[in-house]
Design a protein around this ligand. Structure first.
Ligand SMILES: Nc1ncnc2c1ncn2[C@@H]1O[C@H](COP(=O)(O)OP(=O)(O)O)[C@@H](O)[C@H]1O
Ligand SMILES: [Mg+2]
Length: 571
Protein backbone atom coordinates (compact mmCIF):
# COMPACT_ATOMS: atom_id res chain seq x y z
CA UNK A 1 0.00 0.00 0.00
CA UNK A 2 2.58 2.47 1.18
CA UNK A 3 4.99 1.46 -1.56
CA UNK A 4 2.37 1.75 -4.24
CA UNK A 5 1.80 5.37 -3.18
CA UNK A 6 5.54 5.96 -3.43
CA UNK A 7 5.50 4.44 -6.91
CA UNK A 8 2.61 6.67 -7.87
CA UNK A 9 4.56 9.75 -6.83
CA UNK A 10 5.44 11.94 -9.78
CA UNK A 11 9.01 11.39 -10.94
CA UNK A 12 10.06 14.98 -10.18
CA UNK A 13 8.80 14.72 -6.61
CA UNK A 14 10.47 11.35 -6.20
CA UNK A 15 13.74 12.93 -7.18
CA UNK A 16 13.35 15.72 -4.65
CA UNK A 17 12.53 13.33 -1.81
CA UNK A 18 15.35 10.98 -2.80
CA UNK A 19 17.84 13.83 -2.69
CA UNK A 20 16.87 14.42 0.92
CA UNK A 21 17.11 10.80 2.02
CA UNK A 22 20.84 10.94 2.74
CA UNK A 23 20.42 13.98 4.94
CA UNK A 24 17.55 12.25 6.70
CA UNK A 25 19.64 9.14 7.41
CA UNK A 26 22.33 11.34 8.87
CA UNK A 27 19.72 13.02 11.05
CA UNK A 28 18.51 9.64 12.31
CA UNK A 29 22.07 8.74 13.33
CA UNK A 30 22.43 12.01 15.19
CA UNK A 31 19.11 11.36 16.93
CA UNK A 32 20.34 7.92 17.98
CA UNK A 33 23.42 9.45 19.60
CA UNK A 34 21.26 12.05 21.32
CA UNK A 35 18.96 9.31 22.62
CA UNK A 36 21.83 7.53 24.27
CA UNK A 37 23.23 10.77 25.63
CA UNK A 38 19.89 11.61 27.19
CA UNK A 39 19.18 8.17 28.70
CA UNK A 40 22.60 7.27 30.04
CA UNK A 41 23.03 10.20 32.51
CA UNK A 42 20.09 8.97 34.60
CA UNK A 43 21.90 5.70 35.22
CA UNK A 44 25.10 7.61 35.89
CA UNK A 45 23.29 9.76 38.42
CA UNK A 46 22.19 6.63 40.28
CA UNK A 47 25.76 5.33 40.29
CA UNK A 48 27.05 8.62 41.67
CA UNK A 49 24.45 8.62 44.44
CA UNK A 50 25.35 5.03 45.40
CA UNK A 51 29.06 5.87 45.39
CA UNK A 52 28.53 8.97 47.52
CA UNK A 53 26.43 7.06 50.06
CA UNK A 54 28.80 4.07 50.19
CA UNK A 55 32.08 5.93 50.15
CA UNK A 56 30.64 8.83 52.20
CA UNK A 57 32.38 11.70 50.45
CA UNK A 58 33.78 13.14 47.27
CA UNK A 59 36.42 10.58 46.44
CA UNK A 60 38.33 10.85 43.20
CA UNK A 61 36.13 8.19 41.54
CA UNK A 62 33.00 10.19 42.48
CA UNK A 63 34.55 13.38 41.09
CA UNK A 64 35.47 11.54 37.91
CA UNK A 65 31.90 10.35 37.46
CA UNK A 66 30.50 13.84 38.09
CA UNK A 67 32.85 15.15 35.43
CA UNK A 68 31.64 12.48 32.96
CA UNK A 69 28.05 13.32 33.88
CA UNK A 70 28.59 17.00 33.09
CA UNK A 71 30.38 16.14 29.84
CA UNK A 72 27.59 13.89 28.63
CA UNK A 73 24.83 16.32 29.51
CA UNK A 74 26.74 19.10 27.85
CA UNK A 75 27.41 17.16 24.64
CA UNK A 76 23.76 16.17 24.60
CA UNK A 77 22.84 19.87 24.61
CA UNK A 78 25.22 20.59 21.74
CA UNK A 79 23.96 17.64 19.67
CA UNK A 80 20.34 18.59 20.31
CA UNK A 81 20.97 22.18 19.33
CA UNK A 82 22.64 21.05 16.12
CA UNK A 83 19.99 18.46 15.27
CA UNK A 84 17.12 20.91 15.76
CA UNK A 85 18.68 23.35 13.37
CA UNK A 86 19.65 20.65 10.89
CA UNK A 87 16.19 19.07 11.02
CA UNK A 88 14.55 22.42 10.47
CA UNK A 89 16.78 23.19 7.51
CA UNK A 90 15.88 19.85 5.95
CA UNK A 91 12.24 20.67 6.43
CA UNK A 92 12.53 24.16 4.99
CA UNK A 93 14.36 22.97 1.89
CA UNK A 94 12.12 19.99 1.31
CA UNK A 95 8.99 22.10 1.62
CA UNK A 96 10.43 24.85 -0.54
CA UNK A 97 11.52 22.51 -3.32
CA UNK A 98 8.26 20.58 -3.38
CA UNK A 99 6.29 23.83 -3.54
CA UNK A 100 8.39 25.31 -6.34
CA UNK A 101 8.02 22.07 -8.28
CA UNK A 102 4.26 22.09 -7.71
CA UNK A 103 3.87 25.63 -8.97
CA UNK A 104 5.95 24.64 -12.00
CA UNK A 105 3.60 21.74 -12.57
CA UNK A 106 0.60 24.06 -12.28
CA UNK A 107 2.07 26.38 -14.88
CA UNK A 108 2.77 23.42 -17.15
CA UNK A 109 -0.86 22.59 -17.55
CA UNK A 110 -1.91 22.89 -21.12
CA UNK A 111 -5.69 22.82 -20.87
CA UNK A 112 -7.83 24.36 -18.21
CA UNK A 113 -10.42 22.07 -16.74
CA UNK A 114 -14.15 22.71 -16.84
CA UNK A 115 -14.42 23.51 -13.19
CA UNK A 116 -11.33 25.68 -13.36
CA UNK A 117 -10.27 24.67 -9.91
CA UNK A 118 -6.83 25.80 -10.79
CA UNK A 119 -7.74 29.41 -10.74
CA UNK A 120 -9.04 29.34 -7.24
CA UNK A 121 -6.80 29.95 -4.30
CA UNK A 122 -8.52 27.01 -2.66
CA UNK A 123 -6.70 24.70 -5.05
CA UNK A 124 -3.31 26.14 -4.25
CA UNK A 125 -4.12 26.03 -0.54
CA UNK A 126 -4.84 22.33 -0.95
CA UNK A 127 -1.48 21.74 -2.59
CA UNK A 128 0.32 23.73 0.09
CA UNK A 129 -1.44 21.84 2.84
CA UNK A 130 -0.69 18.51 1.19
CA UNK A 131 3.00 19.39 0.98
CA UNK A 132 3.12 20.58 4.57
CA UNK A 133 1.41 17.41 5.69
CA UNK A 134 3.73 15.22 3.64
CA UNK A 135 6.91 16.87 4.88
CA UNK A 136 5.62 16.82 8.44
CA UNK A 137 4.87 13.11 8.37
CA UNK A 138 8.22 12.32 6.79
CA UNK A 139 10.00 14.22 9.55
CA UNK A 140 7.83 12.73 12.25
CA UNK A 141 8.82 9.28 11.08
CA UNK A 142 12.46 10.32 11.18
CA UNK A 143 11.95 11.64 14.68
CA UNK A 144 10.13 8.47 15.66
CA UNK A 145 12.87 6.21 14.37
CA UNK A 146 15.72 8.34 15.53
CA UNK A 147 14.57 9.51 18.89
CA UNK A 148 11.49 8.05 20.52
CA UNK A 149 12.24 4.47 19.57
CA UNK A 150 15.90 4.57 20.58
CA UNK A 151 15.17 6.36 23.84
CA UNK A 152 12.63 3.68 24.69
CA UNK A 153 15.06 0.89 23.83
CA UNK A 154 17.92 2.43 25.83
CA UNK A 155 15.64 3.16 28.79
CA UNK A 156 14.41 -0.44 28.98
CA UNK A 157 17.96 -1.69 28.56
CA UNK A 158 19.03 0.21 31.68
CA UNK A 159 15.91 -0.73 33.67
CA UNK A 160 16.58 -4.41 32.89
CA UNK A 161 20.19 -4.02 33.90
CA UNK A 162 19.19 -2.57 37.27
CA UNK A 163 16.51 -5.11 38.10
CA UNK A 164 14.82 -7.40 35.60
CA UNK A 165 11.94 -8.35 37.93
CA UNK A 166 10.91 -4.73 38.27
CA UNK A 167 11.34 -4.29 34.53
CA UNK A 168 8.99 -7.20 33.79
CA UNK A 169 6.42 -5.92 36.26
CA UNK A 170 6.47 -2.44 34.75
CA UNK A 171 5.84 -3.75 31.24
CA UNK A 172 2.06 -4.42 31.51
CA UNK A 173 1.48 -0.96 32.95
CA UNK A 174 3.49 0.57 30.17
CA UNK A 175 1.45 -1.32 27.59
CA UNK A 176 -1.85 -0.15 29.05
CA UNK A 177 -0.48 3.35 29.19
CA UNK A 178 0.56 3.07 25.56
CA UNK A 179 -2.86 1.92 24.41
CA UNK A 180 -4.51 4.68 26.38
CA UNK A 181 -2.17 7.21 24.81
CA UNK A 182 -2.93 5.92 21.36
CA UNK A 183 -6.66 6.23 22.00
CA UNK A 184 -6.38 9.69 23.49
CA UNK A 185 -4.08 11.00 20.82
CA UNK A 186 -6.53 9.97 18.12
CA UNK A 187 -9.32 11.77 19.96
CA UNK A 188 -7.08 14.73 20.40
CA UNK A 189 -6.18 14.88 16.74
CA UNK A 190 -9.82 14.72 15.68
CA UNK A 191 -10.77 17.44 18.13
CA UNK A 192 -7.97 19.76 17.14
CA UNK A 193 -8.76 19.22 13.48
CA UNK A 194 -12.32 20.29 14.14
CA UNK A 195 -11.10 23.29 16.07
CA UNK A 196 -8.82 24.35 13.22
CA UNK A 197 -11.64 23.92 10.74
CA UNK A 198 -14.08 25.97 12.76
CA UNK A 199 -11.45 28.63 13.21
CA UNK A 200 -10.93 28.75 9.44
CA UNK A 201 -14.68 29.06 8.95
CA UNK A 202 -14.67 32.02 11.27
CA UNK A 203 -12.02 33.77 9.24
CA UNK A 204 -13.77 32.94 5.97
CA UNK A 205 -16.99 34.32 7.35
CA UNK A 206 -15.31 37.55 8.36
CA UNK A 207 -13.92 37.91 4.84
CA UNK A 208 -17.32 37.22 3.42
CA UNK A 209 -18.85 39.94 5.57
CA UNK A 210 -16.21 42.42 4.48
CA UNK A 211 -16.68 41.52 0.82
CA UNK A 212 -20.44 41.69 0.94
CA UNK A 213 -20.91 44.75 3.14
CA UNK A 214 -22.68 46.65 0.39
CA UNK A 215 -25.04 43.75 -0.28
CA UNK A 216 -25.76 43.37 3.43
CA UNK A 217 -26.58 47.05 3.77
CA UNK A 218 -28.71 47.34 0.64
CA UNK A 219 -30.78 44.33 1.57
CA UNK A 220 -30.98 45.14 5.23
CA UNK A 221 -29.64 41.74 6.21
CA UNK A 222 -27.42 42.64 9.16
CA UNK A 223 -29.50 40.51 11.53
CA UNK A 224 -29.38 37.47 9.31
CA UNK A 225 -25.61 37.71 8.89
CA UNK A 226 -24.98 38.35 12.58
CA UNK A 227 -27.15 35.39 13.46
CA UNK A 228 -25.12 33.11 11.21
CA UNK A 229 -21.90 34.58 12.50
CA UNK A 230 -22.92 33.92 16.11
CA UNK A 231 -23.55 30.29 15.24
CA UNK A 232 -20.08 29.99 13.75
CA UNK A 233 -18.55 31.53 16.88
CA UNK A 234 -20.59 29.19 19.08
CA UNK A 235 -19.31 26.21 17.12
CA UNK A 236 -15.71 27.32 17.43
CA UNK A 237 -16.06 27.90 21.20
CA UNK A 238 -17.41 24.40 21.75
CA UNK A 239 -14.62 22.82 19.72
CA UNK A 240 -11.95 24.81 21.51
CA UNK A 241 -13.27 23.77 24.92
CA UNK A 242 -13.50 20.14 23.85
CA UNK A 243 -9.85 20.19 22.80
CA UNK A 244 -8.87 21.54 26.16
CA UNK A 245 -10.97 18.99 28.02
CA UNK A 246 -9.38 16.06 26.18
CA UNK A 247 -5.83 17.25 26.73
CA UNK A 248 -6.34 17.91 30.46
CA UNK A 249 -7.96 14.51 30.99
CA UNK A 250 -5.17 12.81 29.11
CA UNK A 251 -2.45 14.50 31.17
CA UNK A 252 -4.34 13.59 34.33
CA UNK A 253 -4.86 9.93 33.51
CA UNK A 254 -1.30 9.45 32.31
CA UNK A 255 0.07 11.10 35.45
CA UNK A 256 -2.01 8.63 37.42
CA UNK A 257 -0.14 5.80 35.76
CA UNK A 258 3.13 7.53 36.59
CA UNK A 259 2.15 7.62 40.24
CA UNK A 260 1.16 3.93 40.20
CA UNK A 261 4.42 2.84 38.56
CA UNK A 262 6.60 4.87 40.94
CA UNK A 263 4.77 3.45 43.99
CA UNK A 264 5.22 -0.02 42.52
CA UNK A 265 8.96 0.53 42.11
CA UNK A 266 9.24 1.73 45.70
CA UNK A 267 7.22 -1.23 47.03
CA UNK A 268 9.17 -3.78 44.99
CA UNK A 269 12.52 -2.24 45.83
CA UNK A 270 11.88 -2.43 49.54
CA UNK A 271 10.52 -5.98 49.60
CA UNK A 272 11.83 -9.33 48.41
CA UNK A 273 15.27 -10.87 48.45
CA UNK A 274 17.23 -8.48 46.29
CA UNK A 275 17.29 -5.09 47.94
CA UNK A 276 17.69 -2.25 45.45
CA UNK A 277 20.29 0.41 46.16
CA UNK A 278 19.18 4.09 46.64
CA UNK A 279 20.95 5.21 43.46
CA UNK A 280 19.23 2.45 41.52
CA UNK A 281 15.86 3.53 42.90
CA UNK A 282 16.63 7.08 41.77
CA UNK A 283 17.51 5.88 38.28
CA UNK A 284 14.35 3.77 38.09
CA UNK A 285 12.18 6.71 39.14
CA UNK A 286 13.86 9.01 36.63
CA UNK A 287 13.32 6.39 33.92
CA UNK A 288 9.66 6.13 34.84
CA UNK A 289 9.37 9.85 34.18
CA UNK A 290 11.08 9.28 30.85
CA UNK A 291 8.80 6.45 29.88
CA UNK A 292 5.83 8.69 30.49
CA UNK A 293 7.09 11.19 27.92
CA UNK A 294 8.43 8.64 25.43
CA UNK A 295 5.31 6.51 25.42
CA UNK A 296 3.36 9.59 24.44
CA UNK A 297 5.74 10.19 21.55
CA UNK A 298 6.19 6.61 20.41
CA UNK A 299 2.55 5.73 20.36
CA UNK A 300 1.45 9.05 19.01
CA UNK A 301 3.68 8.25 16.12
CA UNK A 302 2.72 4.65 15.57
CA UNK A 303 -0.24 6.06 13.65
CA UNK A 304 2.28 8.09 11.75
CA UNK A 305 2.98 5.39 9.18
CA UNK A 306 -0.60 5.35 8.10
CA UNK A 307 -0.56 9.14 8.30
CA UNK A 308 2.36 9.21 5.90
CA UNK A 309 0.58 6.85 3.57
CA UNK A 310 -2.54 8.99 3.73
CA UNK A 311 -0.70 12.22 3.11
CA UNK A 312 1.17 10.63 0.22
CA UNK A 313 -2.14 9.48 -1.16
CA UNK A 314 -3.69 12.93 -0.84
CA UNK A 315 -0.63 14.46 -2.45
CA UNK A 316 -0.72 11.98 -5.34
CA UNK A 317 -4.47 12.44 -5.78
CA UNK A 318 -4.11 16.17 -6.22
CA UNK A 319 -1.45 15.75 -8.87
CA UNK A 320 -3.30 12.98 -10.65
CA UNK A 321 -6.55 14.89 -10.83
CA UNK A 322 -7.96 15.45 -14.26
CA UNK A 323 -7.28 19.15 -14.25
CA UNK A 324 -3.62 18.82 -13.51
CA UNK A 325 -2.85 16.28 -16.16
CA UNK A 326 0.07 17.53 -18.13
CA UNK A 327 -0.43 16.98 -21.80
CA UNK A 328 2.25 16.52 -24.37
CA UNK A 329 3.44 19.93 -25.54
CA UNK A 330 2.83 20.90 -29.16
CA UNK A 331 5.94 20.98 -31.31
CA UNK A 332 5.01 22.59 -34.61
CA UNK A 333 7.12 25.69 -35.11
CA UNK A 334 6.01 28.96 -36.63
CA UNK A 335 7.86 28.29 -39.88
CA UNK A 336 5.67 25.25 -40.49
CA UNK A 337 2.45 27.23 -40.31
CA UNK A 338 1.39 28.39 -43.77
CA UNK A 339 -1.44 30.71 -42.76
CA UNK A 340 -3.70 31.61 -39.85
CA UNK A 341 -6.99 30.23 -41.08
CA UNK A 342 -9.11 28.68 -38.35
CA UNK A 343 -11.22 25.60 -38.83
CA UNK A 344 -13.63 23.72 -36.55
CA UNK A 345 -14.57 20.17 -37.54
CA UNK A 346 -17.53 18.69 -35.62
CA UNK A 347 -16.36 20.15 -32.32
CA UNK A 348 -18.22 19.18 -29.16
CA UNK A 349 -17.74 20.56 -25.68
CA UNK A 350 -19.60 20.15 -22.43
CA UNK A 351 -19.27 21.26 -18.84
CA UNK A 352 -20.02 18.22 -16.72
CA UNK A 353 -23.44 17.24 -18.04
CA UNK A 354 -24.16 20.51 -19.79
CA UNK A 355 -23.60 20.46 -23.53
CA UNK A 356 -22.43 23.86 -24.72
CA UNK A 357 -20.86 23.44 -28.16
CA UNK A 358 -22.75 20.99 -30.30
CA UNK A 359 -21.13 19.49 -33.37
CA UNK A 360 -19.79 22.83 -34.55
CA UNK A 361 -18.02 23.21 -37.89
CA UNK A 362 -16.83 26.39 -39.59
CA UNK A 363 -13.97 27.88 -41.56
CA UNK A 364 -12.55 31.33 -40.88
CA UNK A 365 -10.03 32.50 -43.48
CA UNK A 366 -7.07 34.55 -42.25
CA UNK A 367 -7.90 38.26 -42.05
CA UNK A 368 -11.62 37.80 -41.31
CA UNK A 369 -13.51 39.87 -38.81
CA UNK A 370 -15.89 37.51 -37.07
CA UNK A 371 -18.57 38.40 -34.53
CA UNK A 372 -19.87 35.89 -32.02
CA UNK A 373 -23.30 36.83 -30.73
CA UNK A 374 -25.93 35.23 -28.57
CA UNK A 375 -27.71 35.56 -25.26
CA UNK A 376 -25.94 35.15 -21.93
CA UNK A 377 -24.83 31.63 -21.23
CA UNK A 378 -25.03 30.36 -24.81
CA UNK A 379 -21.31 29.59 -24.89
CA UNK A 380 -19.64 32.63 -26.47
CA UNK A 381 -16.79 32.77 -23.98
CA UNK A 382 -16.48 28.99 -24.12
CA UNK A 383 -16.10 29.15 -27.89
CA UNK A 384 -13.28 31.68 -27.56
CA UNK A 385 -11.57 29.47 -24.99
CA UNK A 386 -11.71 26.57 -27.43
CA UNK A 387 -10.30 28.65 -30.28
CA UNK A 388 -7.53 29.94 -28.02
CA UNK A 389 -6.58 26.41 -27.01
CA UNK A 390 -7.29 26.98 -23.30
CA UNK A 391 -9.98 24.29 -23.40
CA UNK A 392 -9.76 20.97 -25.12
CA UNK A 393 -12.75 19.83 -27.18
CA UNK A 394 -14.40 16.61 -26.00
CA UNK A 395 -14.45 15.50 -29.60
CA UNK A 396 -13.83 16.98 -33.03
CA UNK A 397 -10.82 18.91 -34.25
CA UNK A 398 -9.68 22.49 -34.25
CA UNK A 399 -7.14 23.51 -36.89
CA UNK A 400 -5.07 26.65 -37.24
CA UNK A 401 -3.39 26.96 -40.63
CA UNK A 402 -4.34 23.36 -41.37
CA UNK A 403 -2.45 22.14 -38.30
CA UNK A 404 -4.16 20.64 -35.27
CA UNK A 405 -4.20 23.33 -32.60
CA UNK A 406 -2.96 20.71 -30.18
CA UNK A 407 0.26 20.22 -32.14
CA UNK A 408 1.28 23.86 -32.36
CA UNK A 409 4.10 24.87 -30.04
CA UNK A 410 2.71 26.80 -27.05
CA UNK A 411 5.02 29.73 -27.51
CA UNK A 412 4.25 30.03 -31.22
CA UNK A 413 0.55 29.87 -30.45
CA UNK A 414 0.68 32.48 -27.69
CA UNK A 415 2.82 34.84 -29.77
CA UNK A 416 0.35 34.73 -32.64
CA UNK A 417 -3.00 34.27 -30.99
CA UNK A 418 -4.03 36.62 -28.24
CA UNK A 419 -7.16 36.80 -26.18
CA UNK A 420 -8.77 39.62 -24.21
CA UNK A 421 -10.69 37.83 -21.49
CA UNK A 422 -14.13 38.98 -20.46
CA UNK A 423 -12.56 40.03 -17.19
CA UNK A 424 -8.88 40.81 -17.23
CA UNK A 425 -6.90 39.90 -14.15
CA UNK A 426 -4.93 42.86 -12.87
CA UNK A 427 -1.79 42.32 -10.79
CA UNK A 428 -0.81 44.69 -8.01
CA UNK A 429 2.11 46.04 -9.96
CA UNK A 430 2.99 48.86 -12.31
CA UNK A 431 0.82 49.54 -15.36
CA UNK A 432 3.69 48.69 -17.68
CA UNK A 433 4.42 45.39 -15.93
CA UNK A 434 0.72 44.59 -16.17
CA UNK A 435 0.90 45.16 -19.91
CA UNK A 436 4.25 43.49 -20.59
CA UNK A 437 3.66 40.56 -18.22
CA UNK A 438 7.32 39.71 -18.43
CA UNK A 439 7.40 39.36 -22.20
CA UNK A 440 8.53 42.66 -23.69
CA UNK A 441 10.32 45.68 -22.43
CA UNK A 442 10.21 47.96 -25.39
CA UNK A 443 9.24 51.59 -24.59
CA UNK A 444 8.03 52.27 -28.13
CA UNK A 445 5.69 49.32 -28.03
CA UNK A 446 4.39 50.47 -24.66
CA UNK A 447 3.69 53.96 -25.99
CA UNK A 448 2.01 52.48 -29.02
CA UNK A 449 -0.45 50.43 -26.96
CA UNK A 450 -1.07 53.04 -24.29
CA UNK A 451 -1.99 55.39 -27.14
CA UNK A 452 -4.36 52.98 -28.82
CA UNK A 453 -5.94 51.88 -25.59
CA UNK A 454 -6.09 55.42 -24.21
CA UNK A 455 -4.16 54.54 -21.13
CA UNK A 456 -1.97 57.62 -21.08
CA UNK A 457 -4.19 59.43 -18.60
CA UNK A 458 -4.15 56.47 -16.26
CA UNK A 459 -0.39 56.24 -16.39
CA UNK A 460 -0.17 59.95 -15.59
CA UNK A 461 -2.76 59.82 -12.82
CA UNK A 462 -1.30 56.94 -10.89
CA UNK A 463 1.08 57.79 -8.07
CA UNK A 464 4.84 57.34 -8.30
CA UNK A 465 5.88 54.17 -10.10
CA UNK A 466 2.37 53.79 -11.52
CA UNK A 467 1.64 51.11 -9.01
CA UNK A 468 -1.80 49.57 -9.08
CA UNK A 469 -2.89 48.37 -5.65
CA UNK A 470 -5.28 45.60 -4.55
CA UNK A 471 -5.47 43.94 -7.95
CA UNK A 472 -6.93 47.07 -9.45
CA UNK A 473 -9.69 47.59 -6.89
CA UNK A 474 -9.13 51.33 -7.31
CA UNK A 475 -9.45 51.19 -11.11
CA UNK A 476 -12.68 51.51 -13.03
CA UNK A 477 -14.00 48.57 -15.05
CA UNK A 478 -13.15 50.45 -18.23
CA UNK A 479 -9.58 51.09 -17.11
CA UNK A 480 -9.09 47.41 -16.35
CA UNK A 481 -10.52 46.49 -19.73
CA UNK A 482 -8.09 48.85 -21.43
CA UNK A 483 -5.15 47.24 -19.65
CA UNK A 484 -6.41 43.81 -20.69
CA UNK A 485 -6.67 45.03 -24.25
CA UNK A 486 -3.22 46.59 -24.17
CA UNK A 487 -1.56 43.40 -23.00
CA UNK A 488 -3.09 41.50 -25.91
CA UNK A 489 -2.38 43.90 -28.72
CA UNK A 490 1.19 44.64 -27.65
CA UNK A 491 1.95 41.19 -29.04
CA UNK A 492 0.58 42.25 -32.43
CA UNK A 493 -1.01 38.85 -32.82
CA UNK A 494 -2.16 37.29 -36.08
CA UNK A 495 -5.40 36.31 -34.42
CA UNK A 496 -7.05 38.49 -31.82
CA UNK A 497 -9.92 37.21 -29.69
CA UNK A 498 -12.00 39.81 -27.87
CA UNK A 499 -14.58 38.87 -25.26
CA UNK A 500 -17.06 41.70 -24.71
CA UNK A 501 -14.13 44.06 -24.68
CA UNK A 502 -16.30 47.15 -25.07
CA UNK A 503 -18.91 46.60 -22.40
CA UNK A 504 -17.18 48.73 -19.77
CA UNK A 505 -15.97 51.38 -22.20
CA UNK A 506 -17.71 54.69 -22.82
CA UNK A 507 -19.00 55.33 -26.35
CA UNK A 508 -16.13 57.52 -27.38
CA UNK A 509 -13.46 55.07 -26.21
CA UNK A 510 -15.39 52.27 -27.83
CA UNK A 511 -15.35 53.99 -31.19
CA UNK A 512 -11.70 55.05 -31.13
CA UNK A 513 -10.39 51.78 -29.82
CA UNK A 514 -12.51 49.66 -32.15
CA UNK A 515 -11.37 51.61 -35.19
CA UNK A 516 -7.74 51.34 -34.17
CA UNK A 517 -7.96 47.64 -33.51
CA UNK A 518 -9.86 46.98 -36.71
CA UNK A 519 -7.38 48.77 -38.85
CA UNK A 520 -4.29 47.29 -37.32
CA UNK A 521 -5.14 43.63 -36.94
CA UNK A 522 -5.70 40.75 -39.27
CA UNK A 523 -8.05 38.12 -37.94
CA UNK A 524 -10.33 39.37 -35.19
CA UNK A 525 -12.96 37.26 -33.50
CA UNK A 526 -15.06 39.19 -31.05
CA UNK A 527 -17.98 38.67 -28.76
CA UNK A 528 -20.16 41.73 -28.71
CA UNK A 529 -23.63 43.09 -28.10
CA UNK A 530 -22.77 46.29 -29.98
CA UNK A 531 -24.80 46.58 -33.13
CA UNK A 532 -22.47 49.01 -34.88
CA UNK A 533 -19.47 46.74 -34.52
CA UNK A 534 -21.58 43.82 -35.66
CA UNK A 535 -22.29 45.63 -38.90
CA UNK A 536 -18.64 45.60 -39.85
CA UNK A 537 -18.13 41.88 -39.39
CA UNK A 538 -17.43 39.66 -42.39
CA UNK A 539 -19.03 36.74 -40.62
CA UNK A 540 -21.39 36.29 -37.69
CA UNK A 541 -21.58 33.18 -35.53
CA UNK A 542 -24.91 33.28 -33.76
CA UNK A 543 -25.28 30.93 -30.81
CA UNK A 544 -28.90 30.03 -30.20
CA UNK A 545 -30.70 27.77 -27.77
CA UNK A 546 -29.70 24.15 -27.07
CA UNK A 547 -26.34 24.34 -28.77
CA UNK A 548 -27.88 25.44 -32.11
CA UNK A 549 -25.70 27.80 -34.08
CA UNK A 550 -25.90 29.76 -37.35
CA UNK A 551 -23.03 31.13 -39.37
CA UNK A 552 -23.33 33.68 -42.13
CA UNK A 553 -22.96 37.37 -42.86
CA UNK A 554 -25.00 39.71 -40.69
CA UNK A 555 -27.41 40.54 -43.53
CA UNK A 556 -27.85 36.97 -44.68
CA UNK A 557 -28.63 35.95 -41.12
CA UNK A 558 -31.09 38.83 -40.76
CA UNK A 559 -33.00 37.65 -43.79
CA UNK A 560 -32.69 33.93 -43.21
CA UNK A 561 -32.66 33.29 -39.49
CA UNK A 562 -35.74 34.20 -37.49
CA UNK A 563 -34.05 33.49 -34.19
CA UNK A 564 -31.28 35.93 -35.03
CA UNK A 565 -33.79 38.52 -36.19
CA UNK A 566 -35.60 38.39 -32.87
CA UNK A 567 -32.31 38.64 -31.03
CA UNK A 568 -31.27 41.74 -32.96
CA UNK A 569 -34.68 43.38 -32.52
CA UNK A 570 -34.60 43.00 -28.77
CA UNK A 571 -31.11 44.40 -28.57
N1 LIG B 1 -16.33 26.68 -15.60
C1 LIG B 1 -17.59 26.33 -15.83
N2 LIG B 1 -18.11 25.22 -15.27
C2 LIG B 1 -19.38 24.85 -15.51
N3 LIG B 1 -20.22 25.51 -16.30
C3 LIG B 1 -19.78 26.63 -16.89
C4 LIG B 1 -18.44 27.10 -16.69
N4 LIG B 1 -18.27 28.23 -17.40
C5 LIG B 1 -19.44 28.46 -18.02
N5 LIG B 1 -20.34 27.51 -17.71
C6 LIG B 1 -21.72 27.42 -18.24
O1 LIG B 1 -21.64 27.27 -19.63
C7 LIG B 1 -22.55 28.11 -20.28
C8 LIG B 1 -21.82 28.97 -21.27
O2 LIG B 1 -20.97 29.86 -20.59
P1 LIG B 1 -20.21 31.02 -21.35
O3 LIG B 1 -19.45 30.43 -22.45
O4 LIG B 1 -19.46 31.81 -20.35
O5 LIG B 1 -21.43 31.86 -21.91
P2 LIG B 1 -21.48 33.31 -22.52
O6 LIG B 1 -20.09 33.81 -22.65
O7 LIG B 1 -22.19 33.13 -23.83
O8 LIG B 1 -22.31 34.12 -21.59
C9 LIG B 1 -23.26 28.88 -19.21
O9 LIG B 1 -24.53 28.33 -19.03
C10 LIG B 1 -22.44 28.71 -17.98
O10 LIG B 1 -23.27 28.58 -16.87
MG1 LIG C 1 -19.12 35.33 -21.77
Amino acid sequence: MFLSEVKRLHIDFKKIIKAFLKKILFLITVYMIISFLSVYPNRLLGNIIDLITVEKGLTSSVLKLIFVYILIRFSNLIFSFFSTYYGESIRVNLEKNLRIKSINKLLDIKYLNESNNLQTSEYVTRIYNAIKELVESILEIVYWFGKSLFVLIFTFYFIFKINYIIAFLIIPFVLVMALLTKYISKKQKDASKKEIESNAKLIDFTHEIINSLSTIKIFNSEKYILNNYNKTEENWGQNRLKCNLISSTSVMSLSLFGIIIISLILLLSGSGKSMVKPGEITSLILYTGNIFVIIMEVFNNVIIFSALENSLKRFNDIFNEKNIKIEEKGRIAKTDIANWDIEFKSVNFRYQSKKIINNMSFYIPEGSKVAIVGKNGTGKSTLLKLISGLYKPDSGEIYVGNILLNNIDEKVLRDNLSYVLQESYIYSDTVSNNIFLGNYDNEDKLNYVTDICQLNDLVKDLPKGYIIHNNGANLSGGQKQKIGLARSIIRQPQILLLDEYTNALDNESQKIISDEIYNRHRTIIFVTHNFEILNKADLVIYLGKNGNYYINSHYKLLSECEDYNNYIKIN
